[in-house]
Write a protein that binds this ligand. Structure first.
Ligand code: 5GP
Length: 124
């Protein structure tokens, strides 16, 4: 899938849409999700234009990849969840439920997060 420069996160990176920043550096931006699913819900995105984790893994430089994961850890610290623990989620593609086609990791925490996934939808 080609990168869509008009996706919401691209607009946030360009400053066209405001965000509640938790952490930022040369490689990544971390900001609070507009619809939090837990008391702490932060999104971390690379500054580069990557659709998903596969695209990021193939095209990003080693510096970008290292910088991104350091930013994830820094954002968890700044959001106050690093000590107690949290969950990282990277929804990928249609089956993964990815809504925004710019690679991102969700940091969710602020208390027990709960079961890893809900019961299989085809068995409900
Ligand atoms: P995905 O389903 O793609 O993994 O997650 C996209 C996330 O982006 C959702 O949790 C959604 O609430 C969040 N989101 C969508 N639009 C905006 C926005 O304009 N600002 C912020 N802060 N979060 C957004």
């Amino acid at each position: 899938m080609a990168y869509d420069p008009d996706n919401i996160f691209a607009k946030i990176l360009r400053g066209e849409i405001p965000n509640d920043t938790v952490h930022e550096d040369e490689h990544a931006l971390a900001f609070r999700d507009i619809h939090p699913v837990r008391p702490v819900h932060v999104l971390v995105i690379p500054r580069g234009a990557y659709v998903d984790v596969g695209d990021f893994a193939v095209r990003a430089t080693a510096d970008e990849i290292a910088g991104f994961w350091r930013a994830v850890a820094a954002a968890a610290e700044k959001a106050g969840v690093a000590g107690g623990g949290y969950r990282l989620i990277a929804n990928t593609g249609a089956n993964g439920g990815q809504e925004v086609p710019h690679f991102h990791v969700h940091i969710v925490g602020g208390g027990r997060v709960g079961p890893m996934v809900s019961p299989r939808p085809d068995r409900n």
